[in-house]
Design a protein around this ligand. Structure first.
Ligand SMILES: CC(C)(COP(=O)(O)OP(=O)(O)OC[C@H]1O[C@@H](n2cnc3c(N)ncnc32)[C@H](O)[C@@H]1OP(=O)(O)O)[C@@H](O)C(=O)NCCC(=O)NCCS
Length: 145
């Protein structure tokens, strides 16, 4: 039995382990929760999680924000999707991606956008996005400065 719910400011740590799994550069679940609360939430970031009876912590998370651009109008941008390894294959990320599409429509957005790396380690994520009819619409360019 699982429950999907928003993880609000003050309880961000509940999503820490799943976030850290995806973003190890931040070093600890506490550090990434602090980043979310102090820098990302003030800019509109929201966190949603799936919980089950195996842990108090979210087993799977999705972090997103509503934003605007000249190219895409008003849209939801998904920053983070991650399921802790021991909880994969139960449809938790599936629930979250389905939920965020509904939330984007509810918030009068035109679309959901996200970036995903091209490494083999992202293959499961690519299958997930394809199942939800997200299309590959861009090349993403970046340069270190
Ligand atoms: C990509 C990721 C988020 C998917 O999370 P997940 O919760 O395992 O996803 P789901 O359970 O919804 O789907 C995974 C598989 O289980 C299957 N599945 C879905 N519901 C299921 C169920 N109830 N029972 C059994 N299998 C199920 C899906 O069909 C899918 O199969 P596939 O991999 O062959 O396509 C997870 O693998 C992950 O965290 N990866 C590392 C981080 C990452 O790449 N994040 C994305 C960054 S862009």
């Amino acid at each position: 039995m699982s429950e999907l719910r928003e993880i609000f400011a003050g309880e961000t740590g509940l999503g820490g382990p799943a976030l850290l799994e995806l973003r190890p550069r931040w070093g600890s679940a506490e550090a990434i929760a602090q980043l979310v609360d102090e820098q990302l939430r003030p800019a509109g970031y929201r966190l949603v999680g799936v919980f089950d009876d195996t842990s108090d912590y979210a087993r799977s998370i999705l972090g997103f924000r509503v934003t605007h651009s000249t190219a895409w109008g008003r849209f939801v941008y998904v920053d983070d999707v991650s399921t802790v390894p021991e909880a994969r294959g139960h449809g938790y990320a599936d629930q979250l991606v389905g939920w965020v599409k509904g939330e984007a429509a509810r918030l009068d957005c035109e679309a959901v956008h996200l970036d995903s790396g091209v490494a083999a380690s992202r293959a499961a994520a690519h299958r997930l996005y394809m199942r939800h009819h997200l299309a590959i619409t861009s090349h993403h360019f970046s340069v270190e400065v």
